[in-house]
Design a protein around this ligand. Sequence first.
Ligand code: COA
Length: 164
Amino acid sequence: MTLSIEPLEERHFPGLREALDSVARERRFLAFTEAPPPEQALAFYTAVLTNRWCLRVATVEGLVVGWCDVLPTHGQARAHVGHLGMGVVSEARGRGIGSALLRAAVEAAWASGLTRIELSVRCDNARARALYERHGFAAEGLLRRAFRLDGKYFDAVAMALLRD
Ligand SMILES: CC(C)(COP(=O)(O)OP(=O)(O)OC[C@H]1O[C@@H](n2cnc3c(N)ncnc32)[C@H](O)[C@@H]1OP(=O)(O)O)[C@@H](O)C(=O)NCCC(=O)NCCS
């Protein structure tokens, strides 16, 4: 397996959207239940490149199998804060790809000047919570009914990592 963790480039756009779509359609982890339409995803990925936002992709033999982004939040007083999201397609999980992506994205976020990275993760997502904890993220609170799918609510945990 030739794993590579890379900053987003235009050649990744279709594969990245497909990876997002596949994780979203599992309906267990993300706020999305499917990827945005191609033109909307393309416009967003173009904005990532134009604004030099932090988005790392994982490729195996050249195919996108995961991503981790740390995107800006709103407001001048929160210019130091990024919001993290990530996913690895189900067939590629449990091989250290999530860890490698997270490490690379956090490093890039600090290099860009951010000093706080926050995220929210569903309480029942034990694998992701354990990954974040292993990388130093601390739980900051419970987000009640933060997700709703098929009429059922799910709580989430707010977590954050501060730059040393
Ligand atoms: C969370 C996610 C990105 C992790 O990616 P990954 O490539 O599987 O991660 P890694 O292989 O680096 O690490 C997985 C770790 O979780 C551990 N793990 C697996 N199942 C677990 C569970 N139920 N509870 C706790 N830990 C678990 C593995 O043993 C491994 O630990 P290790 O590195 O000590 O061996 C991936 O599972 C995923 O995409 N999930 C769906 C999307 C998602 O949850 N995104 C985050 C939303 S906030």
